[in-house]
Write a protein that binds this ligand. Structure first.
Ligand SMILES: Nc1ncnc2c1ncn2[C@@H]1O[C@H](COP(=O)(O)OP(=O)(O)OP(=O)(O)O)[C@@H](O)[C@H]1O
Length: 565
């Protein structure tokens, strides 16, 4: 339902504006209906024995119309504020959703829906609130209110008014339904086209060589065009149906008034006034015929936005709750990339809350993919991931974990901007101490306020990683994931990172992808991946004693690094 969707998208922050918008629009409609029905006594007085009796009615009409006009102006302002609430929601939740996008999503309709929502449909909804909701409320209320007013003149006319209103709304919803179905078809064809273009871009050499690619794209363009024509073809009968019903309503009301006049139940002046009332009824609902197409589009946009906002809210950590370390368990987790590469197969894993787990394995064995799944950056293709004993989806895990990536990207701004990214209350001194960022800050001209990143102070790889670690620690998440961050660190910084992980041990569940002995040495348990499967797992000493894959890898790393644990 479009009103419920608007409320869900704009939220509590716009509750007052929405109430003001609906209330003032309804008040204006009732006043306009009252002014229209006043034509009946006004005409009777004007053409009766004492025409001067018409003045009070003229005065009342003017008052009603002026107050209605003032209410409309205030309603428009409130409606615009609600519209801006829609844009805010589209931008905020759209950007959050784009940040959560998995590569697999690019090969479906999600990316193009998101693009439309953030760039066009969301902003279009600003004007839609005023230009569409107002006439809709107006038309929906005016006919019944006019019909109630007609009860004071003649019950037959009131009944005719109610029937006419029902017919006009029936015509509106029928044409809106037809347009909506054709639009779904058209949108599906558009998404198909997006998919084919991406597919063509990815697999160009093969598709070009086989000569199939251009034909596939041409076919899908032709399909999209034919659905576009079908959409047009549905819009036209919708409009025609509405104007036919409008004419019939006018004739029926005119005929009822004429019959009542001929039977002597209605004065001539009242019958003349009623023709004006009937015209007003048809004219106010007539604007609905033009709204069928944009209405269907706005309905879809608001429904999509509502889903987006709900997903975004779900991705936010519960406010005021300081998450403790959480157990993580994976059951039969598999992951297949869109190109068919099976990166994980049947992975079972139990990580106790507060433990440090290190994932090792040869290049391409699936370590980063596994970390991405736990981080909520990817949804597994099969299997399930539970956190703190609860089943989760990617959005839950994204909200409950923080990640240090192999390289830390800095955005233009201060060190503080780069560390405190989600507006949480953070003890910066503590974070700087834990991430060993204090020595980096000491070397910068303005400490936390020093500009870094593009156009700012250049930081070394090790310094960037410490900013990355501080950023991850600043997020109050129960799970900390580290993806080979130490490969970019010098030995001194690496020792500092190992030291900070030791110090936060127990306060978060930590999972590290690495092949560095210094990090492996602090692990409570090690998981060895091989071709996407768990080859071995257990405490370091057990695995070394077992003399399997891990013992082999360990010897090689130590030999190549000359590192003494
Ligand atoms: N975006 C992608 N699309 C398709 N295949 C991918 C993608 N990313 C990784 N892969 C493949 O998935 C498998 C696992 O990759 P992953 O990066 O998880 O391994 P890894 O153990 O982290 O490797 P490395 O140590 O080299 O970083 C590999 O075969 C890799 O080629």
């Amino acid at each position: 339902m479009i009103f419920a969707d608007l409320a869900a998208v704009t939220g509590d922050a716009h509750r007052v504006d929405r109430t003001a918008f609906y209330g003032l629009t309804a008040a204006s409609t009732v006043l306009q209906a009252a002014a229209t029905v006043m034509l009946v006594p006004l005409f009777s007085a004007l053409f009766g024995d004492a025409p001067s009796d018409a003045w009070p009615w003229v005065g009342a009409m003017v008052v009603c119309l002026v107050v209605a006009w003032l209410a409309d102006m205030s309603a428009t302002r409130a409606g615009l504020r609600v519209g801006f609430g829609v844009i805010d929601a589209a931008e905020r939740s759209g950007v959050a959703a784009i940040r959560r996008l998995d590569t697999a999503d690019l090969h479906g309709d999600r990316a193009s829906t998101l693009r439309d929502l953030v760039t066009t449909s969301g902003p279009d909804a600003v004007s839609a609130v005023v230009l569409m909701f107002s006439p809709l409320i107006h038309a929906a209320l005016l006919v019944p209110v006019l019909s109630i007013g007609l009860l004071f003149v003649s019950w037959q006319l009131a009944v005719a008014g109610f029937v006419a209103g029902a017919a006009l709304f029936g015509a509106f919803f029928a044409s809106r339904r037809a347009v909506s179905l054709a639009e779904d078809d058209f949108a599906a064809a558009g998404r198909d086209l997006d998919d084919r273009m991406l597919e063509f871009a990815w697999a160009q050499p093969t598709l070009r060589a086989s000569g199939v690619g251009p034909r596939l794209v041409a076919d899908v363009v032709a399909r999209s065009r034919s659905r576009g024509l079908r959409l047009l073809a549905w819009q036209i009968p919708g409009d025609i149906l509405f104007s036919i019903v409008g004419q019939l309503v006018l004739i029926a009301l005119g005929a009822t008034a004429g019959a009542l006049y001929l039977s002597g139940d209605l004065e001539g002046s009242a019958a003349a006034a009623l023709i004006v009332v009937a015209l007003r009824m048809v004219e106010s609902t007539g604007s609905l015929s033009l709204l069928a197409t944009p209405f269907a589009a706005t309905e879809r946009t608001l429904a999509d936005l509502r889903e987006l906002v709900a997903a975004d809210d779900g991705a936010r950590p519960a406010r005021g709750r300081e998450p403790g370390p959480a157990a993580v368990s994976l059951a039969s987790v598999g992951y297949v990339y869109p190109d068919g590469t099976q990166a994980l197969r049947d992975v079972d894993l139990d990580i106790a809350a507060g433990e440090i787990t290190v994932i090792v394995g040869r290049s391409g064995s699936g370590k980063s993919t596994l970390l991405d799944v736990v981080a909520g950056l990817r949804e597994p293709s099969t299997g399930a991931v539970d956190v703190a004993g609860e089943p989760t989806d990617a959005a839950d895990r994204l909200a409950g974990s923080s990640v240090v990536f192999q390289t830390t990207l800095l955005r233009p701004g201060s060190v503080r901007d780069n560390v405190v990214t989600d507006g949480h209350d953070v003890d910066l001194a503590d974070v700087a101490d834990l991430a060993r960022l204090d020595t980096v800050l000491a070397g910068l001209p303005d400490g936390w306020e020093s500009r870094i990143g593009e156009g700012g102070n250049a930081l070394s790889g090790g310094e960037r990683q410490r900013v990355g670690l501080a950023r991850a620690l600043a997020k109050p998440a129960g799970v900390l994931l580290v993806d080979e961050a130490t490969s970019a660190l010098d030995v001194i910084t690496e020792r500092a990172v190992v030291d900070s992980l030791r110090r936060i041990r127990g306060s978060r569940t930590i999972v590290v992808v690495t092949h560095r002995p210094a990090l492996i040495a602090i692990a409570d348990s090690v998981l060895v991946l091989d071709d996407g499967r768990v080859a071995e797992s257990g405490p370091v000493d057990d695995l070394l004693n077992r003399g399997g894959v891990f013992a082999d890898l360990w010897e090689r790393w130590r030999a190549s690094e000359g590192w003494q644990v």
